[in-house]
Design a protein around this ligand. Structure first.
Ligand code: PMP
Ligand code: GLN
Length: 378
């Protein structure tokens, strides 16, 4: 037996959350809120179950949910996605990403990604015989050098994957970035996978630059999104994918044999919840308050930081504290100081020895205060 993924370890999110539980540590590693989803949404799931929505949902997703997503895209970005043919509900964004790659990437196709990158992209590309072409982002500002990207594009390039707001760095792509990408991709057959799971968590009055807003990007893009991030229910694993019909037809050919369809009662409840724009529009200020609280509490600690621009993650640089690798430091912090974080070298396959940890601030103010008090004592 020959492994298809010989070098792929257990995901760092499992590793750190398991370690946090073992050592009874505050878990600011894996990204998930430690507060509940809106009680109305939970009641709506109960109601959907009591109303008998307990058998298979339609293969592409509950229609009212697809329609509510189309309305949101129209209202927020002025773009039109046909709920019949261009929107599919998925088991979280992870399955949307997996399915988009599975449906399009074959042996020797090249896929450009930016590192540090969310950990599912590269193994999924590898599984289908694709070759990852990694662009290392500058560890200070995580900006993309588009000239460098241009130099990496060849006739083998099949896809480029972007992520804004960016996990783990919290940087966002600007309109200028998207226009440069548009220029690069115009008149090519390159597919864009735009991972926008944190679209509603963006700070300081900045606007999310969805690929949907740029016609030469939208016409070639799979856009992936996640309700888990937006409605505080990562455990429900419901997300979606948007794409023009031609791409979505291919996506659904795989989706129907991957999960066929997604959890039914949660989709019914999410459809109603999404119809109230404030349910997602208030998220920016909700999380900005948490970012600001966390950073104000640790401003005199030995950690250095540049405030996150989006996502619910904050990077902290620990070069003033220890020479350990970020992985060793993260393990020791969990064991000895009872606080868990993600070492970001893992998103770089350990190739870059940056002294940086990622902390998730999707936590109650109480937890953030406890976390800050530990970080201030180090
Ligand atoms: N992409 C990024 C950048 C993420 O941070 C996450 C969640 N950690 C996902 C995709 C997956 O989202 P989901 O939990 O909905 O599968
Ligand atoms: N997206 C979350 C994070 O970055 C975790 C996702 C997962 O556990 N697979 O922490």
């Amino acid at each position: 037996f020959v492994s298809k993924l010989p070098e792929v370890p257990t995901s760092i999110f499992s590793v750190m959350s398991t370690l946090a539980i073992k050592h009874n540590a505050l878990n600011l590693s894996q990204g998930f809120p430690n507060f509940e989803s809106d009680s109305k949404l939970i009641e709506a799931v109960n109601k959907a179950m009591n109303d008998g929505k307990n058998q298979y949902a339609p293969m592409p997703g509950v229609f009212s949910l697809r329609k509510a997503i189309a309305t949101k895209m129209e209202n927020l970005y002025g773009v039109s996605y046909n709920p019949e043919t261009e929107i599919t509900i998925t088991a979280g964004a992870t399955q949307a990403i997996f399915t988009a790659i599975a449906a399009t990437i074959k042996k020797d196709d090249e896929v450009i990604i930016f590192k540090p990158a969310y950990d599912s992209y590269e193994p999924t590309i590898q599984l289908f015989g694709g070759k990852t072409i990694a662009v290392q982002l500058n560890p200070e500002d995580f900006k993309i050098d588009w000239k460098l990207v241009k130099g990496l594009i060849s006739d083998k390039t099949k896809m480029i994957i972007i992520n804004t707001p960016h996990n783990p760095s919290g940087r966002i792509l600007t309109k200028q970035d998207m226009l440069q990408l548009e220029t690069l991709l115009k008149n090519t057959n390159i597919i864009l996978l735009s991972d926008e799971v944190y679209e509603h968590i963006i700070f300081d009055g900045e606007q999310h630059q969805s690929a949907a807003l740029f016609p030469a990007l939208a016409e070639r893009a799979f856009i992936t999104a996640s309700f888990g991030k937006t409605f505080h229910n990562t455990g429900w694993k419901v997300g979606y994918c948007l794409a023009p019909k031609e791409l979505m037809d291919e996506f659904r050919k795989v989706h129907q044999f991957n999960v066929f369809s997604v959890n039914h009662p949660t989709q019914v409840a999410l459809a109603e919840h999404l119809k109230t724009p404030n349910n997602y529009l208030e998220l920016n200020s909700f999380y900005q308050q948490k970012r600001d609280l966390f950073l104000s509490l640790i401003k005199d600690s030995k950690f250095e930081f540049i405030p996150s621009k989006g996502t619910y993650f904050q990077l902290l640089n620990f070069k003033n504290i220890t020479d350990e690798s970020d992985y060793d430091f993260a393990v020791r912090l969990t064991q000895e100081q009872k606080i868990a974080a993600i070492p970001i070298s893992v998103f770089n396959q350990h190739k870059l020895d940056t002294k940086v940890l990622r902390f998730c601030f999707a936590k109650t103010d109480e937890t953030l205060k406890q976390a800050a008090s530990i970080l201030n004592s180090i």
